[in-house]
Design a protein around this ligand. Structure first.
Ligand SMILES: *[C@@H]1O[C@H](CO)[C@@H](O)[C@H](O)[C@H]1NC(C)=O
Ligand SMILES: *[C@@H]1O[C@H](CO)[C@@H](O)[C@H](O)[C@H]1NC(C)=O
Ligand SMILES: *[C@@H]1O[C@H](CO)[C@@H](O)[C@H](O)[C@H]1NC(C)=O
Ligand SMILES: *[C@@H]1O[C@H](CO)[C@@H](O)[C@H](O)[C@H]1NC(C)=O
Ligand SMILES: *[C@@H]1O[C@H](CO)[C@@H](O)[C@H](O)[C@H]1NC(C)=O
Ligand SMILES: *[C@@H]1O[C@H](CO)[C@@H](O)[C@H](O)[C@H]1NC(C)=O
Length: 325
């Protein structure tokens, strides 16, 4: 048996790799090679490449010789992979687990994950650098990911959920731990409610606990879809820093409440402005009347003055005084 095994290791195993045919595993660590080995044995069910300086995962990298491999597990963590070309995983129709964690991806083709109809677990934790963040969403919308059950995206400084929709997958676990997500908006929340079997892990994100978080807050409390809900904390605003999101009170995230004061001032301002405008309009529309009125007053005053003057003059007329006497 031993000699058989040795023979196979000698004959069939890619150089600088360790093969265990009984288990179907091929493990290649820390080689000088900067490529995927070209001679992966047909019987391989698990291939582990680690610590190699691969940098670019080329189209058809695992499709040596145009043949398909029966491999179900492919682990490519810690290889310094920066670029994934279109159709990089072609020829692996049985692949169920793909681990790309701990790489330095700056470019992911929108067709990177095409041809993986059986893929159930995709690990991209600690792997996505900012230039690739924007490309992630289109790469992950591949039709071929319909069977995806678990998606790991921890530690990628993401500030939103990089999925345009949830209903194209069979997702049961979405791991977004240790990212830069401040807010999960109402649209995402209502889509989450519709994926009842989906669990979303969100520990270590810097939540901004303003009233924009209201829908998410009630989802946390209501849905039990977030297993680490009890560990989520607010980072902003300063007054709520460190407070557990779940421990907030309803009025802390209530926009009506938060805006009530501002709204009442705005309302008061509007009312005063309206009164002012109405007043000015009345003045304007009546400008003829007002002029007339002012003139009337002036004339009345003048008349009064004249009468007074006249009386005074009369009073001071000695003849009249005599008459009166
Ligand atoms: C990895 O390979 C690239 C070229 O493909 C080279 O520039 C770089 O220095 C290598 N890095 C390491 C750590 O070997
Ligand atoms: C390429 O394919 C041919 C026929 O399918 C096979 O005989 C040959 O061994 C393959 N070569 C390698 C390197 O896998
Ligand atoms: C990345 O995800 C894989 C799969 O869950 C896990 O085994 C591994 O521990 C994760 N790495 C880190 C640093 O969290
Ligand atoms: C969170 O992720 C960053 C990289 O994005 C890493 O440096 C840090 O150690 C991680 N923190 C934890 C607690 O895992
Ligand atoms: C999440 O929200 C963003 C922005 O509102 C949107 O573009 C994206 O499609 C949403 N994704 C899901 C799965 O709801
Ligand atoms: C569930 O959420 C709604 C708001 O969407 C809220 O009115 C209701 O009180 C919540 N139920 C529980 C049990 O928290």
């Amino acid at each position: 048996f031993c000699s058989d095994l040795m023979a196979e290791m000698d004959g069939d195993c890619p150089s600088s790799c360790i093969c265990v045919r009984e288990l179907g595993t091929v493990t290649c660590r820390d080689g000088e090679d900067t490529d995927v080995p070209g001679d992966i044995p047909e019987w391989t069910s698990t291939l582990v490449l680690q610590g190699r300086n691969i940098s670019t995962l080329q189209s058809g990298a695992f499709r040596d010789n145009g043949t398909e491999l029966e491999m179900t597990t492919l682990s490519l963590s810690y290889n310094g992979i920066q670029t994934i070309e279109p159709y990089a995983f072609l020829g692996l129709p049985r692949l169920r687990l793909l681990d790309l964690s701990h790489n330095q991806l700056v470019s992911i083709s929108a067709r990177a994950f095409h041809g993986l109809p059986q893929l159930r677990s995709l690990y991209l934790n600690y792997s996505i650098l900012p230039p690739a963040t924007a490309q992630l969403s289109s790469a992950l919308s591949a039709q071929s990911l319909a069977n995806l059950h678990r998606l790991e995206l921890a530690g990628n400084r993401l500030n939103s959920i990089p999925l345009a929709r949830f209903d194209i997958y069979s997702l049961h676990a979405l791991v977004l731990v240790n990212n830069s997500i401040e807010i999960i908006g109402g649209e995402n929340v209502s889509n989450l409610y519709q994926q009842r079997h989906l669990r979303v892990y969100l520990y270590l994100n810097p939540f901004r606990c303003t009233c924009d978080l209201e829908a998410f807050y009630y989802w946390l409390k209501n849905s039990s879809q977030c297993p680490d809900a009890g560990r989520l904390q607010c980072s902003e605003p300063e007054a709520k820093k460190g407070i557990h999101v779940e421990k907030l009170r309803g009025e802390d995230v209530d926009c009506m409440n938060e805006n009530l004061e501002a709204v009442s001032y705005v309302f008061l301002g509007i009312v005063l402005a309206l009164i002012g405008v109405v007043f000015l309009m009345v003045l304007y529309l009546n400008r003829g009347g007002i002029k007339r009125w002012l003139n009337n007053i002036r004339e009345a005053c003048r008349d009064q003055m004249e009468i007074y003057h006249y009386r005074y003059e009369q009073d001071s007329d000695p003849r009249l005084a005599n008459v009166a006497v």
